[in-house]
Write a protein that binds this ligand. Structure first.
Ligand code: GAL
Length: 370
């Protein structure tokens, strides 16, 4: 009898203890601080991704699903750490914009092992089959629009053309440059433009369709690594080396707004540059002000609200156990990834109000001289 009482009280104690454990760590039959959808963005140091963070937050207000946004601060190691943190929080869907398309494979393969659905966001994760979906803008069209803008504003023959590109670790950088080259190459070959800062591009001027290797050669010479400082240093080096024949009225292919402003400032401060047409991308607020002040010629507006809506829409469809709608595929070097792609809009001084203020993307009060 005594033994039985002793057994029962012991069992009571064990049950009491485990109950307490669960209570103190907030576990209610699941993982602590559970998150349904994890979102990983490349860096806070570029205005573009801070835009996306805000648009995600706006879109998620009142959502039933729990989400968490983490930044990788330009590091693939930090990115992997972020993904592991989110896996430990029980995510079922991972929305990730890779810092480096290839290096991100390890992080998403870890997520796949946990049966998490992976959505590549804006940039494609490459050379892995651990990607289920891809939401993006038409990046080739971004480059083609930038190239066409320079053609539409050309002055005379042999107009010096300065080429700049994004980071080679970013698959988008190849798509942007491919798009620009597809429209610029015929105009370089026929002498409308004269390449001013890349022997690789000059050497390929008779070739419209470039291989990945040929694109890599050019990017190797004109990449900005998506860094405003690198862009500034490169532009200064190119203008210092340029002869008078490569100055005067010039055309500048800048890959995005962050780099466009620093390149434009360098060209504006060179007394032998009479005028310059410079492209951009992302419709960052600071660049919209530059466009209004005629210090940057154009930008390619990518409505991040749409990309966020597509990504979160896919996530909710997946959480509801259904298959999301896609509009095509992208070959990531290993598999064909089901994708949803959004169009882009060219913005310059003529339509800045219509495309960015009337659409409530920005407020008129965000700018001077509108
Ligand atoms: C690209 C992105 C651009 C751009 C850039 C730099 O992948 O599509 O919008 O800003 O990265 O972060």
């Amino acid at each position: 009898m005594k033994k039985l009482v002793k057994m029962l009280s012991l069992m009571m104690a064990v049950m009491l203890f485990t109950g307490m454990l669960a209570a103190c760590s907030g576990k209610t039959g699941g993982k602590a601080g559970k998150v349904d959808v994890g979102i990983v963005l490349p860096t806070k140091d570029e205005p573009r991704w801070v835009q996306d963070e805000q648009r995600f937050k706006d879109a998620l207000k009142g959502s039933d699903y729990t989400t968490e946004i983490l930044f990788s601060q330009g590091s693939s190691a930090k990115e992997k750490e972020n993904v592991e943190t989110l896996i430990n929080k029980g995510i079922k869907v991972l929305i990730i914009c890779p810092q480096d398309g290839d290096a991100a494979a390890a992080a998403v393969e870890a997520a796949k092992k946990e049966k998490i659905t992976v959505i590549s966001y804006d940039r494609l994760i490459t050379h892995t089959d651990a990607v289920d979906y891809y939401v993006t803008f038409d990046s080739v069209a971004v480059g083609a629009a930038q190239g066409q803008y320079l053609i539409d504003h050309v002055k005379g023959k042999d107009m010096p053309l300065y080429l700049y590109a994004g980071a080679a670790s970013d698959n988008n950088a190849f798509l942007f440059f491919q798009g620009a080259w597809s429209v610029l190459q015929p105009k370089i070959a026929d002498g409308t433009f004269k390449v001013a800062n890349s022997s690789a591009a000059e050497g390929l001027k008779e070739k419209q369709e470039l291989s990945r290797e040929e694109l890599s050669k050019i990017l190797g010479q004109v990449t900005t690594n998506w860094d405003a400082n690198d862009a500034k240093n490169k532009a200064q080096t190119h203008l210092t080396a340029a002869s008078a024949a490569l100055k005067g009225d010039v055309a500048v292919l800048a890959p995005n707004d962050g780099t466009a402003r620093s390149i434009a400032d360098v060209f504006a401060s060179d007394g032998d540059i009479k005028s310059y047409v410079v492209t951009g991308q992302d419709a960052e607020k600071a660049s919209i002000q530059y466009v209004i002040d005629s210090k940057q010629s154009m930008t390619v507006f990518k409505d991040v609200r749409t990309l966020v809506k597509d990504a979160m829409g896919m996530a909710v469809t997946i959480l509801d156990g259904k298959k999301p709608e896609t509009t095509g595929t992208y070959d990531n070097g290993k598999i064909k990834v089901n994708a949803k792609q959004t169009n882009v809009i060219v913005v310059d001084k003529e339509n800045v109000k219509k495309e960015l203020i009337d659409s409530d993307y920005y407020k008129a009060s965000d700018f001077k001289g509108l």
